[in-house]
Design a protein around this ligand. Sequence first.
Ligand code: HEC
Ligand code: HEC
Ligand code: HEC
Ligand code: HEC
Ligand code: HEC
Length: 485
Amino acid sequence: MGKVSGSILKALITSVSRSKMSVVGAVLVSVLLPVLLFSFFLDLQGVIENPYFGFLIYLVMGPLLLIGIILMIFGIFFSKGKEDIGLYAYEYLQEQLTRPGRFSRVRKLLYLAVIIAFVTLFISGLVTYTGFHYTETTSFCGQFCHDVMEPEYVTYKNSPHSRVSCVECHIGEGAEWFTKAKVSGVRQLVATAMDSYKRPIITPIAALRPVRETCEQCHRPEMFHGDKLYIKDKYLADENNTHVQTALLMKIGSGGHSGRKAQGIHWHVSEEYKVSYVHIDENREQLSQVILTGPDGGKTVYYSNKIDPRLSNGTGTLREMDCIDCHNRPTHIFLSPEEALDQKIVTNSIPESLPYIKRQALEVIEKSYASAEVAKQSIARELRAWYKDNYPAIVEKQGQLLERAISGVQQAYGENVFPLMDITWNTYKNFIGHKDGTGCFRCHDGSHETKDGEVITNKCESCHVALAVEQPSPDILRILKGSSL
Ligand code: HEC
Ligand code: HEC
Ligand code: HEC
Ligand code: HEC
Ligand code: HEC
């Protein structure tokens, strides 16, 4: 056996050395293979956490190795010289096979061919698999084109979905979506390299996989039920940054299941009813018609009485409502300046005890800055200056309070505003409530009517019961917590 493999190796070396192409290939392979194996090992161990490292292994060295192997094989079989061309010719093979003395040489060649084919198949399989696998990682999607994806990546990291990988929402299972994603991925890489993409990035709603397939792998609104208490913490812009709370009993409802009727908010995604709409703008905020299709297929059409009927007829895009028409920001949640600050105060990144911090912070973060760096510096400078003028004692004796506040305010800004990508406060709207009259109020604002004058409900209580609105320690919450009134 040792002799056989020795002579196979010899045959391989001689065939390779006969062609320049093979020699180049062989050099590539012998240099890359050990480096690649070593890097692969490092990556498996998670030693290096740099998105470019993965890129180098799986999308540069891997394919280069493949090219090396291909060059080697091409060189062996297609190089000049009659002997090598002869390898392929039928007469040659026949001669070799029929002459008793030659037979072992053919066997050697066959061994060689089988081994080369096997090794090539194995390595190319591994390279393709790991290469594609790498392009599916959150690190590749979120960090490789760092500047471009920073806003989506940062908001994603701070969201409840930070453990769900990008591809689980954006691509999902199946060959069709896989191919679509790779094609559009290549286009995006080119756009990034050429710097030809739009800032801010346009929401991919049209290209997104049917979202009900995606979200419903983990969430099942037909299994939701009843009402749920939602509590929001806020801080007023007064000296004490007074803590107030809003408590809403949210009628989450259900999509309907095993005989239970669909009701409440998740009624929109029930089996029996379909809600569609016609939007005349790209952001899906101007809805000229809302169409409700009942279990028997009967349609009720609500027309907007705010949009010119000439626009309502014939123009616009029809879309069937799904999760994303309300949960358009399940993970890339860009907060408003107030929300961002309130969140930092709740988590104590900004000290509640610093007088007027809500008001002063709001003032500095709402300004527009040329870059994230300028913003960071200006926030620190302006807050220091204001407190020095107005609360010198605090600056002197409790300097660390102010410094903690500054760092919290900088974070509130940095996690939501991205000047490099032209993303400022409110660039991406969240449709989950009815801020600024959008979200639910794109339909539920009382301005969509059937020809018979039937309006889509705009009673506050069809969606939630407001138990307390911006009250300092609301009675209802104290009762629920069992503390005395
Ligand atoms: C929980 C599901 C989910 C996950 C996980 C997710 N996305 Fe998204 N993403 C969405 C939805 C939904 C939209 C569309 C928003 C819209 O239409 O308004 C979106 C939009 C985007 C956009 C367009 C810009 C924008 O903000 O609308 C980019 C870019 C993006 N995602 C990148 C990523 C990257 C990178 C990751 C991983 C780091 C990721 N997404 C993870 C659901 C998700
Ligand atoms: C791979 C599983 C997975 C997928 C896919 C997924 N989610 Fe989630 N979702 C989660 C997890 C896990 C949480 C966090 C639960 C928690 O923190 O209690 C969550 C939380 C949520 C919440 C509650 C957020 C909050 O503030 O408490 C909403 C709303 C939500 N997801 C909507 C969606 C929507 C819409 C989609 C589709 C675009 C989606 N999810 C896709 C797993 C998933
Ligand atoms: C008509 C708008 C609307 C549609 C459509 C919708 N949701 Fe919701 N969903 C809400 C609202 C409103 C809440 C509660 C308020 C909030 O999350 O801020 C909610 C809450 C949730 C929660 C958190 C529930 C909890 O118990 O805390 C999940 C998860 C969720 N929705 C998933 C989905 C999925 C998945 C779909 C699509 C199949 C969907 N929703 C469709 C409006 C909607
Ligand atoms: C079509 C359903 C719907 C109707 C009608 C509706 N709301 Fe809401 N409202 C919501 C949802 C959903 C939220 C939660 C948004 C979120 O999770 O941030 C909300 C949030 C609120 C909040 C808390 C806002 C915050 O961020 O602090 C207040 C206050 C409120 N609604 C008042 C009202 C009043 C008053 C009416 C009646 C004029 C009304 N709403 C009608 C769905 C509705
Ligand atoms: C594209 C239009 C549209 C949007 C956006 C929309 N709805 Fe609706 N909604 C409807 C229609 C149509 C009905 C059925 C007619 C009615 O009840 O007046 C309805 C009904 C409801 C009902 C009553 C369901 C029942 O039990 O009969 C609730 C609750 C509701 N919506 C909550 C919400 C909330 C909360 C949001 C925002 C997060 C929202 N809707 C966004 C169109 C919409």
